[in-house]
Design a protein around this ligand. Structure first.
Ligand SMILES: [Zn+2]
Length: 158
């Protein structure tokens, strides 16, 4: 039996903050604002897995009102969600994510992001796809004010 889930996340970009995507620190002049480390890629993937399990969303499991999750390492949150999936008897078949960020270009980071996410999810990096797009100068992404991520995952009963 298969289950599919989607996730979406947006974070505001602010000067002077670090930009972390898929657990990888990006050399950028603006970083993502948020309660945890604001890793939109890890958040979208975790939400997609929770969606596939019909287990609500990240906010349900790790409320941003809980000081425990302040500046949390989002890879840890993703690892916990991945563990929940395995506990429910599912494993990840594949994940695909699209990051929308105006700058910098993410090409040089993609391989490291895929490897970092794959090791967090305990799958082969060939099961985790990360793609990067700009906002073509349009909308909040295009103006460099936000980073957004769309993710989709397929789980299979083990
Ligand atoms: Zn987020």
């Amino acid at each position: 039996m298969f289950r599919i889930g989607t996730g979406h996340d947006t974070h505001r970009l602010v000067a002077g903050l670090p930009l972390i995507l898929g657990g990888v620190l990006i050399d950028a002049d603006r970083g993502a604002e948020g309660h945890s480390d604001a890793d939109a890629l890890s958040h979208a993937l975790a939400d997609a897995i929770l969606g596939a399990l019909c287990e609500g969303d990240l906010g349900t499991h790790f409320p941003d009102t809980d000081p425990q999750w302040k500046n949390a390492d989002s890879l840890q949150l993703l690892a916990r969600v991945s563990w929940l999936a395995r506990e429910r008897g599912y494993h990840l078949v594949n994940a695909d994510a699209t990051v929308r960020l105006e700058r910098p270009k993410l090409g040089e980071y993609i391989t490291t992001m895929r490897e970092t996410l794959a090791s967090t999810l305990q799958v082969d990096s060939g099961c985790v796809s990360v793609k990067a797009k700009t906002g073509e100068g349009l909308d909040a992404v295009g103006r460099g004010e936000a980073v957004t991520v769309q993710a989709i995952v397929l789980l299979e009963q083990s």
